[in-house]
Design a protein around this ligand. Sequence first.
Ligand SMILES: NC(=O)c1ccc[n+]([C@@H]2O[C@H](COP(=O)([O-])OP(=O)(O)OC[C@H]3O[C@@H](n4cnc5c(N)ncnc54)[C@H](OP(=O)(O)O)[C@@H]3O)[C@@H](O)[C@H]2O)c1
Length: 250
Amino acid sequence: MKLNGKIAVVTGASSGIGAGIARAFGAEGATVIVNYSSSKAGADAVVSAIEAAGGKAAAVQADVSKPDDIIRLFEKVKADYGRLDVLVNNAGIAIFEMAADVTEEAFHKQFNVNVLGYFLAIREALKVFGKDGGSIINISSILSTDPYLASSVYAATKGAVDTMTFALARELGPRKIRVNSILPGHTNTPATDGNFAGELGVKLLAGTPLGRFGEPEDIAPVAVFLASADSHWVTGESLRAAGGVRGVGY
Ligand SMILES: NC(=O)c1ccc[n+]([C@@H]2O[C@H](COP(=O)([O-])OP(=O)(O)OC[C@H]3O[C@@H](n4cnc5c(N)ncnc54)[C@H](OP(=O)(O)O)[C@@H]3O)[C@@H](O)[C@H]2O)c1
């Protein structure tokens, strides 16, 4: 098992890509802290699935956009496990609107979860990573480099995530903490339910060389790689996991 004995936090792990990563980490021997904001039932189901497969996991509520919640989350990790080896920043929201319709509220909501939330988690995680360092994995998006229509604010949050990734890889290298991002393509999750139907879906599929939409199980092995010693010489990278999509995908 590639993550035997590792302690890993996955934010937004009650659903979708985060849940897939949490399950894969559990199967690879990590103890997984399954973070969620409001979906306790979803987080509990992920914990049960990991335990049923012989792994270790615990659900911890924290809204990543709230500093007090994040501080409490990582204090709990320290108290319960003594250290942290892997942080996956995954909790994210997307609001697709044309610029003329974007409110300040929608702008700040996305930046507060997708950028401030990632940053706060990293800041607090730095207090818990041990002397052997670790791995930070930021879930970005292909929209970071290839934004499509009505995604200006969401795409900008992911651009910020990738820039933060490069900057922190430099800053945290001396502590043996590697920082990388994964850019998923169009992936079937509750967040995208219905988005890939109709004419848009046909166009997106036509622009996907591997010929189907992604699943959380397609993204999870990439996260396992970046969390494991197999990627010990990889930091400051943005890795696309998108079935080959380039450009806007259509
Ligand atoms: N699906 C795609 O096509 C796609 C493509 C590229 C990138 N991504 C990125 O992948 C990540 C996961 O997306 P997904 O499609 O798997 O979405 P999802 O199924 O909606 O899952 C989102 C997760 O984030 C959690 N979350 C939301 N706000 C939170 C907050 N303030 N604090 C803590 N947790 C919070 C949710 O938990 P609660 O329900 O408990 O709030 C849920 O577990 C996001 O960063 C997204 O931008 C997705």
